[in-house]
Design a protein around this ligand. Structure first.
Ligand SMILES: NC(=O)c1ccc[n+]([C@@H]2O[C@H](COP(=O)([O-])OP(=O)(O)OC[C@H]3O[C@@H](n4cnc5c(N)ncnc54)[C@H](OP(=O)(O)O)[C@@H]3O)[C@@H](O)[C@H]2O)c1
Length: 431
């Protein structure tokens, strides 16, 4: 027989915290039926005691000192949903040292300090669960750890930032500029007032670090992930991409190559018939390729109060089962060791390039000869428009070594007839 009641200490009652309160309050009886234990929020940490709080917190003690939760002997599970790195880390360490299981949605913290925290959890005979940290409500951590465990994962490729996907979808469908789409996303609450972590690709890079560590059994340093955001994407490129049969998405990609893992987050052109091309607005999707299972895609809401709350509560239920069955959780994350990282410069990519040149004879010949010197082969080259004496040229390469491509770009930039290199975007397309 398990415990009749398991007490939870909730650190934070904002967006996600309120979702957790809501789900436990609405579905508590259903959950109790499944695990034969009542999950009870005993205390909630907030900054302000005066703010209005969600229904379902009647009789629950609100506190402003985390120690009241971390050191409470009746609390078995501490749920961290305050966000940020330093305070959250301090609170989680305190909880683990006091023998509490921890559930968190905090990707920034896990991507940067996960190793230390998993180690501490193991030393204290408890564990950390983090299903909500990547893909919000989409089950992804547990499928990777358990359901796909038989596979050697060869590739991960995902749309794992809802804010940028929303902005790119609005640009594509409504012909909005990047600035207007960002402004609209902020007004609708899909983007924060300081959107830099999302639009510069950092949020997706944190999530990729978490996914790649599980997929490739590796400890991942953030500086091994090439990161480029969507802030330089223009409507013109989205239109040209469409003409060429592509859609533009911010993708997080991890590839297992013989020489090492390649990790990158960048705007990417994908064929319009790729399943990820149909993932629009704030939705997320993660595509895996396993050597046994083949290709798999998980799709759903990557953020939001209730979807994220759903993943957090699922973790709480898993912990409750562990506690009830007195099973030690196996912390595979402490075994992750550094793996060779293959630099992007030696990886073979396909590129879209847009440039402006003076419209005069010989420009194409000059471009071709530079590409030839640097072993860059072209898939297509088109002259798009001519305004006065300037022509816009768009070209797509075959898969070529990145270093060679950028050497060619340096030489092209130095040609007197070239006015500007306007855009470079990687293309993900098997040839
Ligand atoms: N929002 C999403 O859809 C989503 C999706 C996936 C993951 N996450 C992750 O979930 C976490 C929480 O996100 P959120 O959107 O729920 O944040 P949020 O709405 O800003 O809520 C944060 C909560 O934590 C409390 N808090 C913050 N710092 C505190 C401190 N130092 N001491 C005490 N209380 C503190 C705040 O108290 P007050 O209420 O008094 O201000 C608030 O209740 C983050 O790690 C985020 O990355 C969020």
């Amino acid at each position: 027989m398990g415990k009749e009641i398991i007490n939870i200490g909730l650190l934070g009652c904002g967006n996600v915290g309120s979702g957790v309160v809501n789900i436990l309050s609405n579905n508590g009886a259903e959950i109790e039926g499944k695990i034969k234990t009542s999950l009870k929020i005993k205390k909630v940490l907030v900054r302000s005691l005066d703010k209005e709080r969600p229904a379902g917190l009647e009789g629950v003690q609100l506190v402003t000192d985390a120690q009241e939760i971390i050191t409470d002997p009746d609390i078995q599970i501490v749920v961290e949903v305050i966000g940020g790195v330093d305070r959250a880390k301090e609170f989680i360490k305190g909880a683990l040292k006091n023998g509490k299981y921890v559930v968190t949605a905090n990707k920034d913290l896990l991507a940067q300090h996960g190793r230390e925290l998993f180690q501490l959890a193991q030393e204290n005979g408890v564990s950390i669960f983090y299903e909500a940290s990547v893909g919000g409500g989409i089950p992804i951590i547990r499928p990777l750890k358990h359901c796909l465990a038989a596979n050697k994962i060869l590739k991960i490729m995902g749309i794992i930032n809802g804010t940028t996907n929303y902005i790119l979808t609005q640009m594509t469908t409504l012909e909005m500029s990047y600035a207007d789409a960002l402004k609209e996303a902020q007004e609708k609450g899909f983007a924060e007032q300081d959107p830099s972590s999302d639009v510069l690709g950092k949020d997706a890079a944190y999530k990729l670090a978490i996914l790649a560590s599980l997929a490739f059994n590796a400890s991942i340093e953030m500086d091994s992930i090439y990161t480029e955001g969507i802030d330089k994407v223009t409507l013109r490129d989205i239109r040209y991409a469409e003409e060429l049969g592509y859609k533009l998405k911010l993708l997080a990609i991890g590839d297992r190559e013989e020489e090492g893992i390649v990790l990158r987050v960048h705007p990417t052109l994908i064929p319009q018939n790729h399943p990820l091309a149909a993932v629009n607005y704030e939705f997320n999707a993660i595509f895996f390729e396993g050597d046994a299972v083949g290709e798999i895609m998980l799709y759903g809401r990557g953020a939001g109060q209730m979807p994220t709350g759903s993943a957090v509560v699922a973790d709480i239920i898993e912990v409750a089962r562990l506690i009830n069955h007195q099973v030690d959780s196996d912390i595979m994350e402490v075994e992750f060791a550094p793996k060779p990282i293959k630099p992007l410069s030696s990886y073979k990519s396909k590129f879209y390039l847009r440039l402006k040149a003076i419209d005069q004879p010989g420009v194409f010949a000059n471009l071709s000869s530079i590409f030839g010197e640097e072993k860059v082969s072209l898939d297509m080259i088109i002259q798009k428009r001519k305004v006065e004496d300037t022509a816009e040229i768009v070209l797509v390469t075959h898969h070529i070594v990145e270093e060679n491509f950028f050497k060619a770009i340096e030489k092209i930039e130095a040609l007197p007839a070239i006015k500007e290199i306007s855009q470079i975007i990687r293309v993900e397309n098997k040839e």
